[in-house]
Design a protein around this ligand. Structure first.
Ligand SMILES: Nc1ncnc2c1ncn2[C@@H]1O[C@H](COP(=O)(O)OP(=O)(O)OP(=O)(O)O)[C@@H](O)[C@H]1O
Length: 371
């Protein structure tokens, strides 16, 4: 499989009045065409910074990102992003159909746009909701719309930043399976960031495990599970349990007992970073599997942190996009960035529309704010 995305020695430092903060440091990994690669790392380690660098929303301070061999120095035209916070990523004043069509406005004529949107909505099971507004939909449905918008664009690479972190557990499972199905049917290349260990193993062909801040690649694991996955039987399988335990150990910097004798894993867990290096997972012991409860507790804490980070991350980019004006949003990346009403739309629609229009007007937006 040819390499689609090549991240080499990527570093990013934020500068503020308090000084310099190194968010990611020397990250190196690749994503091949047709792969679904999951990035998993502790809360605050720099996952969103990494995705924003890949999507060209921020410029890395070190290293580089190449897409199809070309250095990324702006938002690539064939890339789409789905963010965690669906309530900020859709335009509340546009119908579902028109939200999905939006990034296609410059590239396609009206009829083709409408057809693409229709197909994408059908793929995500929302054919009947095309005429509704985002605020008339459940959270899970809104995230489906965001996914449909990305799919309609037919990106070479789909980036997903904690895409299912804001929905309930049952909806999350459904959306995970939707993603696997869509990916199978369309051979989409996907890079998905999550802090959920189980999700990374369930979805990924490979899992890239990041260290605590500043993010470095601790290890890349091949997920040697059957392509056809099932929320119950896959998660119960020995191979799944072994892999998720391995990821948990790497995240928690705890070497497996068998690794203490000096295996590759022990070296990595002890801090010898193996950037971009791949190994297969080792079988889990009962003790390793019991790490699950601890991880779940830490993941719950991470959920809260992730919510806060989402308020900071996409919203910040969104501000930038909004300043540019929503009409300039040529790709789903820019569309996501441009949308972002500051307040969560109200379910009755009034608040949603008003907020959206207000932000848009502030930023110099025209026309659509009147809807
Ligand atoms: N604009 C910014 N200015 C200064 N520091 C920032 C900025 N954005 C992020 N950071 C810091 O960089 C680090 C990495 O942030 P980032 O949001 O990339 O992490 P993350 O792994 O995505 O977090 P989470 O898992 O909580 O979503 C954090 O310490 C964060 O506080």
């Amino acid at each position: 499989m040819p390499t689609m995305l090549d991240v080499t020695g990527l570093g990013h430092r934020y500068h503020s009045k308090d000084g310099e903060h190194v968010a990611v440091d020397g990250l190196t990994f690749t994503v091949n065409a047709g792969e679904l690669v999951c990035i998993v790392g502790p809360s605050g380690c720099g996952k969103s910074t990494l995705l924003r660098s890949i999507s060209g929303l921020i410029r890395p301070t070190e290293g580089q990102v190449r897409l199809h061999g070309d250095v990324v120095d702006g938002v690539p035209s064939d890339l789409a992003v789905v963010f965690q916070d669906y309530s900020r990523s859709l335009f509340p004043w546009l119908s579902v159909q028109r939200n999905v069509e939006f990034p296609l406005k410059k590239a396609l004529g009206r009829a083709e746009r409408a057809e693409r949107a229709r197909q994408a909505l059908e793929q995500v099971g929302l054919a009947g909701a095309a005429g509704k507004y985002p605020w008339q939909l459940s959270g899970g449905m809104q995230q489906r719309v965001a996914i449909a918008r990305a799919l309609a664009y037919r990106p070479a690479l789909l980036l997903m930043d904690e895409p299912f972190a804001s929905v309930d557990a049952q909806t999350r499972f459904e959306l995970e399976d939707l993603l696997l199905r869509v990916r199978r049917e369309h051979d989409t290349t996907i890079l998905l960031v999550t802090h959920d260990i189980d999700e990374s193993v369930y979805l990924g062909d490979r899992v890239v495990v990041l260290s605590k801040s500043p993010a470095r690649v601790v290890r890349t694991l091949d997920v040697d599970l059957p392509a056809q996955r099932d929320q119950i039987t896959t998660r119960e399988s020995e191979a799944f349990v072994a892999l998720r335990s391995e990821v948990a150990r790497l995240l928690h910097d705890r070497p497996a007992e068998s690794d203490a004798a000096g295996t590759d894993s022990a070296n990595s867990s002890a801090g010898a970073s193996t950037n971009g290096h791949r190994v297969a997972a080792k079988p889990a012991t009962a003790k390793q599997s019991s790490a699950r409860a601890t991880d779940q507790a830490s993941e719950q804490a991470s959920e809260q942190d992730a919510d806060q980070a989402a308020d900071r991350g996409p919203a910040k980019d969104a501000d930038r996009g909004t300043d540019q004006g929503a009409d300039e949003a040529a790709t789903p990346v820019k569309a996501e960035a441009a949308a972002a009403p500051k307040a969560k739309p109200h379910r009755n629609g009034q608040g949603g529309n008003r907020n959206g229009a207000k932000n848009r007007n502030k930023s110099g937006g025209r026309g659509r704010a009147r809807r």
